[in-house]
Design a protein around this ligand. Structure first.
Ligand code: NDP
Ligand code: OXD
Length: 321
């Protein structure tokens, strides 16, 4: 640990986010620690911890005394985008506050599709009064959650409270109360056959890249009350083949999608997604990283680590999440 007051020094490296609120929150939570904003700390031998969102590639490997990397996101694909990462622990966000907001988003979007929100908004825009009399109950619908991690499990529990049937898919077998759990390659087809609305809360890794593609859509159940599946992707844009989504919507392989994340963010102003009648989109806003709820626990982790306690919420480098 760097000397001075014995408290590890922090480098904050952000791309695309305004640093002011993060610095302010850090100064509040860690008044006794030095906080440097990248690029000023480049190659600084006194830096112990890096707090990052899309850090510039190569930056972290230049910090000779780096002890740990703290991701400002639950997802860490932005950290791994730097291929020269030093071999130090990576801590990711696991936060009840963020999890709750993600579940709000999931329940909001599932209910919106289930209760024909897109159709009624289009009718309103055209002054059309047409009530759909064939109204389904939540119990008639199965929501399939891809990714039964911190976020997927909480969303599953909240959807269950609303009365939906819930199935889930993960890399390793899980047991979740009231959820039919499938896992791995062998579990994928039974999972895809089980649901009507698919909620995607997977991390972006080499294994999941563009998993949302035409082949997968063809394997999804078409028997459900919605006629064709709905996909809600709040994981990462890299999980989706965007050309395949557009053609699947045209062909009726998918009935509608909600996309919070895109291959390229911000989304190109010319993208078809903006105006497509079967697309609901939000600007990577499903569950934003909030300084008030994330910084304090990160600093408390640093304190605990300096007392000899292990870091928690560590990323498995081999699995990539
Ligand atoms: P977790 O790591 O807790 O959970 C990930 C889940 O995905 C686990 O169930 C894991 O399986 C499963 N998984 C990983 N790889 C595979 C695979 N190859 N096949 C099947 N299942 C797989 O992550 P979180 O729940 O905390 O977050 C999920 C993602 O949500 C983040 O990585 C991030 O990309 C995204 N996110 C988006 C936000 C937004 O605002 N849009 C906000 C926050 C996060 P297993 O259980 O076996 O490990
Ligand atoms: C995250 C995100 O990964 O906000 O936390 O996307």
């Amino acid at each position: 640990m760097s000397e001075r007051n014995g408290k590890g020094r922090i480098l904050l490296a952000l791309t695309g986010w305004e640093p002011k609120v993060w610095i302010e929150e850090l100064r509040k939570a860690a008044p006794d620690r030095s906080v440097t904003l990248e690029p000023n700390g480049e190659a600084d031998p006194d830096i112990d911890y890096a707090i990052v969102w899309k850090q510039p590639p190569g930056l972290l490997s230049k910090l000779p005394n780096l002890k740990a990397i703290f991701s400002l996101g639950a997802g860490v694909d932005h950290v791994f985008a730097d291929t020269s990462l030093p071999d130090v622990p990576i801590v990711r966000v696991v936060s009840a506050n963020l999890t709750t907001r993600m579940s709000e988003y999931v329940v909001w979007q599932v209910l919106d599709h289930h209760r024909l929100g897109p159709r009624y908004r289009a009718q309103q825009a055209n002054h059309v009064w047409h009530e759909d009399r064939d109204q389904k109950a939540a119990a008639d619908i199965t929501v399939g959650i891809m990714g039964l991690g911190e976020l997927g499990r909480d969303a599953a529990a909240k959807l269950r409270v609303m009365g939906f049937n819930v199935s889930g898919w993960s890399r390793t077998q899980k047991q979740v109360d009231g959820v039919t759990c499938h896992a791995g390659g062998a579990g994928l087809d039974p999972f895809l056959a089980s649901a009507d609305i698919f909620v995607v809360l997977l991390p972006l890794t080499p294994e999941t890249e563009e998993i949302l593609n035409r082949d997968l859509f063809l394997r999804m159940s078409k028997r459900g009350p919605l006629g064709a599946p709905v996909i809600i992707n709040a994981g990462r844009g890299g999980l989706q083949n965007e050309a395949d989504i557009l053609s699947a919507l045209e062909e009726g392989l998918l009935s509608a999608v909600t996309l919070d994340v895109f291959q390229q963010e911000p989304l190109d102003p010319k993208s078809e997604f903006w105006t497509h009648p079967k697309v609901t989109l939000t600007p990577h806003a499903a569950a934003a990283s909030m300084p008030m709820s994330l910084i304090e626990p990160m600093v408390r982790q640093m304190d605990a680590y300096e007392r000899g306690e292990p870091l928690i919420n560590l990323v498995d480098r081999t699995a990539g999440y």
